[in-house]
Design a protein around this ligand. Structure first.
Ligand SMILES: *[C@@H]1O[C@H](CO)[C@@H](O)[C@H](O)[C@H]1NC(C)=O
Ligand SMILES: *[C@@H]1O[C@H](CO)[C@@H](O)[C@H](O)[C@H]1NC(C)=O
Ligand SMILES: *[C@@H]1O[C@H](CO)[C@@H](O)[C@H](O)[C@H]1NC(C)=O
Ligand SMILES: *[C@@H]1O[C@H](CO)[C@@H](O)[C@H](O)[C@H]1NC(C)=O
Ligand SMILES: *[C@@H]1O[C@H](CO)[C@@H](O)[C@H](O)[C@H]1NC(C)=O
Ligand SMILES: [Cu+2]
Length: 670
């Protein structure tokens, strides 16, 4: 048996120990006991009678930034700022915003929200409407009409969007699939059925069965290994990553320190993982310098491109409608993350306010992928060759959110060089539509997708993930700088050259200067601290290295694009404002685009030398192909933020190469 062993131990570049603090971190997610306390505090006022109050969202009402920063600069020796929770509840058909003081166990304020849009739907509501459907006679008849066995029908919910309705009701649509003979139910839709369930009336309010389109066959859809039939392959060789001396990182509660980095990993039912207070140690300055105050995925827009009756409404805002944190799933310790990973659990509140645990929700691991941090072979010397190489090691914080059919792998990767890479992996099952077609040659009209197998269309769609990045480059007062690369014609006859390019720097004064469509011109975008310069006089900053970007193709007056206008630009910069947190609006379900990043940005506020937030959207247009079926190999995207004149010199110049790890009794060693 071949066992490939990576023979390296990750040694710390800088030995660093946290002052073991007994205080909670002010940005720690709400604990199970805090969630219970919120619940009992709210229920004291809204007595558990009929109708009951439902908890749509419970999260940390984060302390003012100034309080968190002063807590941190006091070296965490003072008591952490008092904790509050924000509750969004439904009570008597109204949406309530309730703030709870956790130490006093009292309600600080209650506000009835009367604007457009609704809070996230809970898993309990989703289950409830699915149960309703199974008791609904016309639906049972539809199943029988298709010759199917109802005990193998599985249904899931879809948000309904907003299409110009004057009055919106809190509703969900349902779609059903067939699970007999294959685990891959999303590949086998019962096409043609429209169901609308009203969450306030708690009943099915619309039902229509349009067409008897065949349900795709089970054959060829299975993805569970034990149910597969030969032939198998390709054969892959096993590998192990071993750290006999333990990992190189330290976890203290939710605070992580590793190599030259320290940061905090939080969790929110809506956002999923939240990275805070990321600072990097500067060897020259002999201190930690803050890079990122807070980073998380603010919204996730997934519009499908089929305008027909059964599909037009599928224009999801996955974060605000379903909760990217609520959708997080337990990670498989040896497959989702390498063997050297450590895990954190996460807790959110269910509809009844009781904590729900996600085991192994977040994994943290050192990634040694055989990459090179930097190298040079000096071949010009006369008598000898010099070869210097530093292998690359990074620290990854990983979560997976499974929103219905799709699985999203979210990585925050910290590099000793100062880079932070945000990785997005798309996998899982495509959004599949049933059809009567079995070959492309039969198709005469637009079917809004790719025919992948008999009766199976993978529908065209987009994925847009909008990141909120509150960068604090060595302090809060920052500016957004564009370094434009411009062609210059040489007019001086002394040069044989006719042209070159040079840089023209431009500091954005207001929000209008910072709405950017990427790819249209050569420009480097950076957040800089205009008050901090290197010895050579350059402004210290961090540069955005975009990866996968896409521009919207829906027309701007189309309803989903009005709601999703926050992706009209790939980059926005706004002044920091605690309540501008969710790019698609606090109430994203059936929102009307009134409370989006695109609207906030129109205020054209000043962003120069201010505490500012960078918003960046990773976008992918997805034309499904046969390889995406029956389950999709991970499609990776993302971007990087990277120091640019932040350090005086290469910060990993003196990084030590990790010492080789010798394994006891290992025969395969060279
Ligand atoms: C909670 O109440 C206590 C006691 O009245 C008060 O001292 C504290 O400031 C309050 N905290 C918050 C976050 O409102
Ligand atoms: C909520 O609204 C629905 C109609 O949309 C009504 O049937 C129900 O009685 C209302 N519930 C309460 C508690 O007002
Ligand atoms: C439907 O499926 C269930 C569960 O597999 C089975 O017990 C039942 O006999 C089936 N009914 C029919 C009519 O085939
Ligand atoms: C934003 O404000 C600046 C400065 O007041 C002005 O020059 C610019 O035209 C404004 N931009 C927009 C889009 O309103
Ligand atoms: C913060 O944002 C909210 C929502 O956009 C807005 O109502 C409020 O005026 C903003 N505050 C400041 C100081 O700009
Ligand atoms: Cu896709």
């Amino acid at each position: 048996m071949k066992l490939l062993v990576f023979l390296f131990l990750i040694t710390l570049f800088i030995s660093y120990t946290t002052s073991a603090s007994t205080f909670k971190h002010p940005l720690d997610p709400l604990t199970p006991s805090e969630l219970k306390l919120v619940r009992s505090t709210v229920q004291k006022t809204y007595k558990a009678s009929s109708p009951t109050l439902t908890f749509q969202y419970i999260g940390l009402d984060e302390p003012e930034k100034a309080l968190v920063l002063s807590w941190q600069s006091s070296n965490a020796k003072t008591k952490a700022p008092p904790r509050r929770a924000l509750v969004i509840a439904r009570f008597k058909n109204q949406t309530l915003e309730i703030t709870v003081n956790l130490s006093k166990r009292s309600i600080v304020s209650t506000k009835v929200y009367t604007g457009h849009g609704f809070p996230m739907t809970t898993f309990d509501e989703q289950d409830f409407v699915v149960e309703l459907l199974f008791k609904y006679t016309p639906f049972i008849e539809s199943v029988h009409k298709r010759g199917l066995n109802i005990s193998h029908v599985v249904c899931s919910v879809s948000s309904v969007g907003w299409y110009g309705e004057i009055k919106s009701k809190r509703t969900l649509k349902l779609q059903c699939f067939y699970s007999q003979g294959s685990s891959n139910l999303f590949a086998r839709p019962l096409e043609g059925i429209t169901v609308v369930a009203d969450l306030d009336q708690r009943k099915i309010v619309e039902y229509f069965d349009r067409a008897n389109i065949p349900v795709p066959k089970a054959e060829g859809t299975e993805f569970v290994a034990s149910k597969q039939k030969p032939p198998f392959g390709p054969t892959l060789t096993g590998a192990a990553f071993v750290q006999p001396n333990g990992p190189g990182f330290k976890i203290d509660g939710h605070s992580i320190s590793w190599a030259n980095w320290e940061f905090h990993v939080g969790y929110d039912i809506r956002a999923g993982p939240m990275i805070s207070l990321a600072s990097i140690y500067d060897l020259q300055q002999q201190r930690y310098r803050r890079v990122l105050y807070r980073g998380y995925i603010s919204e996730f827009f997934v519009p499908y491109m089929d305008p027909t009756a059964n599909w037009y409404f599928k224009t999801f805002l996955d974060s605000g409608e379903f909760g990217f944190g609520q959708s997080m799933v337990s990670l498989d310790p040896l497959a989702d993350c390498p063997a050297n990973a450590a895990f954190l659990d996460a807790y959110f509140a269910g509809e009844d306010g009781l904590p729900v645990k996600i085991d192994n929700a977040i994994c943290i691991f050192e990634k040694y992928a055989g990459d090179i941090m930097w190298r040079h072979t000096e071949t010009e010397l006369i008598d000898k060759e010099i070869r210097e190489v530093r292998p690359d090691v990074s620290l990854v914080v990983r979560t997976v959110s499974t929103v219905g059919n799709y699985d999203y792998i979210i990585d925050w990767e910290f590099k000793p060089s100062g880079s932070i890479k945000m990785g997005v992996g798309l996998t899982g099952i495509l959004g599949i539509k049933g059809t009567s077609y079995t070959h492309v040659d039969q198709i005469k009209e637009d079917v809004f997708g790719t025919l992948l197998a008999d009766n199976t269309i993978g529908v065209h769609h987009d994925h847009y993930l909008t990141y909120h990045l509150d960068l604090d480059i060595d302090g809060e007062a920052n500016s957004f700088m564009k370094t434009n690369l411009e062609s210059v014609r040489v007019t001086d006859d002394n040069s044989p050259r006719k042209s070159y390019w040079t840089v023209v720097r431009e500091t954005a004064k207001t929000e209008g200067d910072a709405r950017i469509k990427l790819g249209l011109k050569a420009s480097e975008l950076a957040i800089v601290n205009p008050n901090k310069k290197t010895k050579a006089g350059n402004k210290m900053g961090y540069r955005l290295f975009p990866g996968t970007v896409a521009h919207p193709l829906l027309l701007s007056d189309d309803y989903p694009q009005i709601r999703g206008a926050f992706i009209n630009y790939n980059v926005f910069v706004t002044p920091y404002n605690k309540s501008e947190k969710w790019a698609g609006g606090l109430y994203a379900d059936q929102s009307r685009g009134e409370d989006t990043l695109a609207v906030w940005s129109l205020r054209n506020r000043s962003i120069e030398n201010k505490d500012i937030v960078l918003w960046h959207t990773v976008g992918i247009h997805h034309v499904p192909c046969q390889e995406d079926y029956p389950i999709m190999p991970t499609l990776s995207g993302g971007f990087e933020i990277r120091p640019t004149n932040f350090f005086e010199i290469n910060p990993v110049l003196k990084a030590k190469t990790p010492k080789p790890v010798r394994l006891p009794k290992c025969n395969s060693q060279p």
